[in-house]
Design a protein around this ligand. Structure first.
Ligand code: PLP
Length: 402
């Protein structure tokens, strides 16, 4: 394995820590094998005793998966990584491997739907006390974390409203309460925010999103210190079988080669689109961390290296208005995925956040007019023209309603 170099990130992502086979392939090889063979019974024994480094079984280790984990370690500048089958299996493992009956878990309200479900419905069934706080309100964090807590789960920027949470402050409060801070960093990506550097203990990803970025596979990852990962998390992932497949890991490796390039283009497009959307008469509000109008704009500038490729905005006319806008689009796709190279809109109230009660949705700011916009790599002029088609239809709809 070639070692970590002193090159810059874009270079390291292409060249460093590639585990090559004896054939010296250029591109990482795809090892579609469930098992590995030993020269002797003694070698098998030494491998299981961890006295010799040898691959054993693809639920536990596989060279293609090792390559992916090494690449993610580079990106995050973390000590250790374990790749998982999906983003949710990463979040599940990060939480469960550290929890036991009687523990307390605190989470910010604005969470990805399935994460919300785990904290709201599943943890209490196991005798784990849970509480939600308004993530941007530090007083609520202080109150919730004045009692011991085993783990805290947050997202920043959050899905779908792009709330920015103060990672450093929440990490300090979590540690005072004796817990670990887990952050879902999907919206920012490791390119634009490094939570481990400001006190978070574990970073989790859905690699399905910007990392693959081409809508092909599901994947996830947990990153953090060697101590934390090796003690509980890696054994949990491997023994419960949350492992990613070598094939999906290989696709992700290919995606990561162009990750910085794609994110740069998508973020550039997002800035152009956000400025355009903000000026529309049929838009009530927009949330984009790169706009001065974002309620936590200063914190976003401090905490993130770039605002990313996700936008949320509220159109006039509620659900009907949102549907009119979305159905008038001819280029931008309607899909509940995000982070793709193709631009995508989602109506959270009727899809991703359908199961959240209407009252809770309103508390999260997810009104019926909210549209989540994942900006892709198209020519920005085509995106603006398509958005304009949506706004034109919506303008007619609003006039007819009056
Ligand atoms: C998609 C997503 C997840 C879940 O990831 P999967 O790969 O679908 O399991 C978790 N958090 C956020 C913020 C996401 O966007």
């Amino acid at each position: 394995m070639n070692k970590t170099s002193s090159h810059r990130l874009a270079t390291r992502l292409l060249h460093d820590n590639i585990e090559r086979s004896s054939f010296a392939e250029t591109c990482e090889a795809l090892f579609l094998t469930s098992g590995f063979i030993y020269e002797s019974a003694e070698q098998a024994e030494r491998t299981f005793q961890k006295k010799e480094r040898h691959y054993q079984y693809s639920r536990v280790n596989n060279p293609t998966i090792t390559n992916l984990e090494n690449r993610l370690i580079h990106l995050e500048e973390a000590e250790c990584c374990v790749a998982t089958s999906t983003g949710m299996s990463a979040i599940f493992a990060a939480l469960f491997s550290n929890l036991k009956h009687g523990d307390r878990v605190i989470a910010s309200k604005a969470l990805f739907g399935s994460s919300y479900w785990i904290v709201e419905n599943f943890l209490p069934k196991l005798g784990i006390e849970t509480a939600f706080v308004e993530g941007t309100n530090i007083q609520e964090w202080k109150k919730a974390l004045s009692k011991p807590a085993a783990a805290v789960l947050i997202e920043s920027p959050s899905n779908p409203m792009l709330d920015i949470l103060d990672i450093r402050q929440i990490a300090d409060l979590t540690h005072q309460a004796g817990g670990i801070l887990i952050i879902d960093n999907v919206f920012a990506t490791p390119l634009y925010q490094k939570p481990l550097k400001v006190g978070a203990d574990l970073v989790v990803y859905s690699c399905t999103k910007h990392m693959d970025g081409q809508g092909r596979v599901l994947g996830g990852a947990i990153l953090g210190s060697k101590d934390l990962l090796e003690a509980d998390i890696i054994p949990f992932v491997h023994n419960t079988g949350l492992t990613i497949s070598a094939f999906d890991a290989w696709i992700l490796l290919k995606g990561l080669e162009t990750f910085p390039l794609r994110m740069e283009k998508m973020t550039e497009n997002a800035k152009i689109c956000a400025e355009f959307i903000e000026k529309s008469d049929v838009v009530n509000l927009i949330r984009y961390p790169g706009l001065h109008s974002h309620p936590q704009y200063c914190l976003a500038c401090k905490q993130m290296d770039a605002p990313g490729a996700m936008i949320a905005f509220e159109v006039k006319g509620g659900k009907k208005g949102a549907f009119t806008f979305m159905n008038a689009l001819q280029l931008i796709l309607i899909c509940n995925n995000l982070g793709d190279s193709r631009s995508i809109v989602t109506h959270p109230a009727t899809t991703t956040h359908m199961k959240v009660s209407p009252e809770d949705r309103l508390k999260l700011g997810i009104t019926d007019g909210i549209i989540r916009f994942s900006v892709g790599m198209e020519d920005p002029q085509d995106l603006l023209e398509d958005l304009q088609k949506g706004f034109d239809e919506l303008t007619i709809f609003c006039k007819n309603k009056q």
